[in-house]
Ligand binder design. Structure first.
Ligand code: PLP
Length: 376
């Protein structure tokens, strides 16, 4: 066990899955985005819990993630899972898609042609997802290729499409008119794919009206307990992750003594400091301490909030624990950096980012400990 631990509540992830599922239309199914190692929480553990909760479709970003997930599912005997890869297939990887039963997301006509050619050559047909861009201008058939979506000569006619999808750019802003614009685009562009299931909504889209839900939603961040935007009110989701780090030294400063890089913290009176074994290399952002404002982040030791005292360094933090009694300090050997006292949205807002970046930035040195019904 390393000096920093993430407690990940798999039951909360399962509960969030069921909650998100219940917020959509009766006939809508719920997939899961588990890219970037399950948003930093451990793709295998997270996906296993979600599979147990009834999730049958998993989205990764890259093919290597999907191959790992397939292997993990095979070990557990979870044979019913579909695994789709968002990045779109390289031609050279099509045999891997076939071998590992992965579903490529076809993002442009070149990929459709390559898959059609592969199928002709191999005599095999792969299930594939068609991604149509409706305004994000990132992945998917864009404006300039929309006319290639239809017509018998299109290689798409040769593909075994199991889903047509698009992605919302502003789903985290329910009032943004761009959502409606994209919805109309999606409805128009998919009219010729009437018999194929549709997928449109990420987490944010689930909180938009039911007309955004279609046949399959693809939540990511909400499964992990956070709303897509720190400003959105969270009435539905359970927090999933807490972060604890060992206190590895206590020291007493006299008035006028300094602490940390740049000697940014100066004791205004006799002060007691705790040195904590976590830093920016673990994903604890340096921006959480600002020399002018002091410690922005809330650290909790022995149930009390304590401020950061000095710069966040690579492997270490310093907290001012003067307010704790000797007994409190003796009983505490850990500091809670992220948890009920200071949640993901708050930490994200304090460092000027979104919960996604906080989660996916949590470092490899952190031991991931799983609680809940599906921990193994
Ligand atoms: C990451 C991703 C999702 C999940 O998004 P969240 O905002 O985390 O719910 C869904 N669809 C696509 C295409 C994605 O890239």
């Amino acid at each position: 066990m390393t000096s920093s631990q993430l407690h990940i509540d798999l039951s909360a992830i399962s509960d969030n899955y069921r909650t998100l599922h219940s917020l959509t239309r009766q006939t809508t199914k719920t997939a899961a985005a588990v890219k970037a190692d399950g948003y930093g929480l451990g793709m295998e553990a997270v996906s296993g819990a979600l599979y147990q909760a009834g999730c049958a479709t998993f989205f990764t970003a890259q093919i290597q993630e999907a191959i790992s997930l397939r292997a993990a599912f095979r070990d557990k005997g979870y044979d019913g899972a579909n695994i789709a890869v968002l990045e779109g297939p390289h031609t050279k990887d099509l045999a891997l898609y076939e071998a590992h039963k992965l579903t490529p997301v076809i993002n442009h006509p070149g990929q459709a042609e390559a898959l059609a050619a592969y199928q002709r050559r191999s005599g095999k047909r792969l299930a594939a997802i068609l991604h149509i861009d409706t305004g994000m201008n990132r992945l998917g058939y864009g404006q300039d290729t929309h006319d290639l979506l239809i017509g018998d000569n299109s290689p798409l006619a040769e593909l075994n499409l199991c889903l047509v999808m698009s992605h919302l750019a502003c789903a985290d802003e329910p009032e943004n008119e761009y959502n409606r614009f994209q919805l109309e685009q999606f409805q128009n562009l998919t009219a010729s794919f009437a018999s194929i299931p549709k997928s449109f909504s990420n987490s944010g889209g689930i909180f938009l009206p039911p007309s955004y839900h279609f046949d399959l939603t693809r939540p990511g961040i909400a499964l992990y307990g956070a709303m897509p935007d720190p400003a959105m009110q969270n009435k539905h989701l359970k927090p999933v992750v807490s972060w604890y780090a060992d206190i590895i030294q206590i020291r007493n400063l006299k008035k006028g003594e300094c602490a940390g890089y740049g000697a940014m913290f100066t004791a205004e009176a006799p002060t007691r400091l705790a040195t904590i074994a976590a830093g920016y290399a673990d994903g604890y952002a340096r921006a959480l301490y600002q020399p002018q404002k002091g410690g922005i982040a809330k650290v909790e030791i022995a149930g009390k909030h304590v401020p950061l005292a000095g710069r966040v360094s690579m492997d270490l933090l310093i907290a001012d624990v003067t307010s704790l009694s000797d007994a409190e300090l003796q009983s505490a050997n850990k500091a809670c950096l992220l948890g009920p006292h200071y949640g993901l949205p708050e930490m994200a807002a304090d460092r000027n980012t979104i919960s996604y970046e906080v989660l996916t930035g949590l470092g490899d040195r952190l031991t991931r400990l799983y609680d809940g019904a599906y921990a193994s």
